[in-house]
Design a protein around this ligand. Structure first.
Ligand SMILES: [Zn+2]
Length: 452
């Protein structure tokens, strides 16, 4: 291994919450070398030129992982309020997404990435957009975020605008070419998967093509599923089938499948899916804001083969990308749903760290602080009055009390991307100006009336 001091980073005198298999909490130092974690605990004197981050008295946790977001929607925060899912999509989100081009996609992604990095997120799994994926992925590459993303695949359905309904062959060919160009790019930080949007906007040939491509490329499928009872009813009316049975017949449930939401995961689904490698991304704040319901994490956890991660979803469906807030909401809801004390704060933190990494297939690289894993780290300063609690559990302080202003530094792949609450990889002047300019141009292209 190379030992160029320029590739090192030293973090001294912190509390390290590892989330490793032994759930160790270590007081001491952390040494990063060539983007990987090299030592935890006591690090002997290193070359005086070794770069350091001031972490004295702070708490280092594994970088937060968001299993379900939409960078392409970051421009649209506040433009689709107070609607249930199907109207939220057809009346607002789809017409807006249909107007994306390269530049609007780039600045939408930059906005979302800045928001997520500043609140401690180091890895995202993104359901992309139909047009503008190159811009979106260039933003990921430029900022240093770790990401799994895929082109949003749609080829019809009620309310889908013409600009988003592609021919299924063309859509799949574009997804494959994106994979060829971007998979494992940016020093391995960017991976590509397949993102059919949801059952109602994808034809049977599109699903079949996705399954074929998933097997041929060994790629995962990420989609929205089991989000609301109304969606289940609409699928029944359109296809005459229960949605999971339909996907099972098409072979979708035998791929590496990651679904966002899973609110409607019931006993029959549990039987159908037991032993299959399904992962579910819990998005509690979106499920609350769109009135969809509360996912039953106990049932999901009791289903063999199922892993569960956490995500904020897009900016217009819960209005923020703050994964610390999402952790708190997830934990609070499960106290209500499962009974007090059944779902520990450490279980909640796992959703955004090690379990979140399992859910997106990256647990061998990230999700816990262990020697040899990539150095994705979120450094929290819990010394303020809002997080006082010297004798309380560190997990409770993080999950129930910490907020985004506790995030002091963020490191991705050994590179500090936030230092002292400031972004290091973005032009903040442009970030304060370009997204609004691009949104105005996009609204003019979309020609939609936002007044009702
Ligand atoms: Zn979503």
């Amino acid at each position: 291994m190379a030992t160029d001091p320029a590739q090192r980073l030293l973090l001294r005198d912190a509390t390290v919450v590892t989330m490793d298999p032994d759930h160790r909490v270590v007081t001491g130092d952390l040494l990063v070398e060539d983007g990987a974690i090299r030592a935890i605990g006591h690090v002997p004197e290193v070359d005086e030129h070794t770069p350091k981050l001031d972490t004295s008295g702070m708490v280092i946790i594994p970088g937060l992982i968001q299993g379900h977001v939409h960078l392409g929607q970051s421009l649209f925060r506040g433009l689709a309020e107070d609607r249930p899912l199907l109207s939220w999509l057809a009346d607002r989100i789809w017409p807006l997404e249909a107007a994306h081009n390269h530049d609007s996609a780039y600045w939408s992604a930059m906005l979302g990435l800045a928001d997520m990095m500043l609140s401690g997120t180091t890895t995202i799994q993104d359901i992309g957009i139909v047009h503008g994926m190159q811009g979106l992925l260039q933003a990921v590459r430029d900022t240093g975020m770790r990401a799994i993303a895929g082109k949003c695949l749609m080829d019809g359905g009620h309310g889908v605008p013409a600009g988003l309904a592609e021919d299924h062959r063309q859509a799949l060919a574009a997804a494959e070419s994106l994979y060829t160009q971007w998979h494992r790019s940016a020093d391995g930080r960017i991976s590509i998967n397949l993102c059919p949007r949801f059952i109602l906007s994808c034809s049977q040939p599109l699903w079949e093509g996705c399954v074929e491509l998933a097997h041929r490329l060994d790629a995962a499928i990420h989609t929205h599923l089991l989000e609301t009872p109304a969606e289940a009813q609409a699928v029944l009316e359109v296809l005459g089938r229960e949605q999971m049975a339909y996907l099972d017949d098409l072979g979708v449930l035998d791929t590496k499948l990651c679904i966002a939401h899973g609110v409607c995961f019931d006993r029959e689904h549990q039987e159908l899916l037991a032993g299959r490698p399904l992962s579910v991304i819990h998005c509690p704040s979106t499920n609350l804001k769109l009135g969809s319901g509360i996912a039953d994490l106990a049932r999901l956890a009791a289903t063999p083969g199922v892993t569960v991660g956490l995500g904020t979803d897009g900016a217009p469906c819960n209005n923020d990308h703050d994964q610390l807030e999402e952790l708190r909401i997830a934990a609070l809801l499960q106290q209500y749903k499962q009974g007090t004390g059944k779902f520990a704060a450490r279980d909640a933190l796992a959703l955004a760290t090690i379990e979140g990494a399992r859910a997106i297939g990256l647990a061998d690289q990230i999700g816990s602080i262990e020697v040899g894993k990539r150095a994705d780290l979120t450094i929290l300063d819990l010394r303020g009055p809002a997080t006082f609690g010297p004798h309380s559990s560190i997990y409770n302080r993080i999950v129930y009390a910490a907020a985004r202003d506790c995030v002091r530094h963020v490191v991705i792949d050994g590179r500090p991307v936030v230092v002292d609450r400031k972004l290091t990889t973005m032009d903040c002047e442009a970030l304060g100006r370009r997204p609004a300019e691009e949104l105005n141009l996009l609204l003019a292209r979309a020609d939609i009336d936002m007044s009702h």
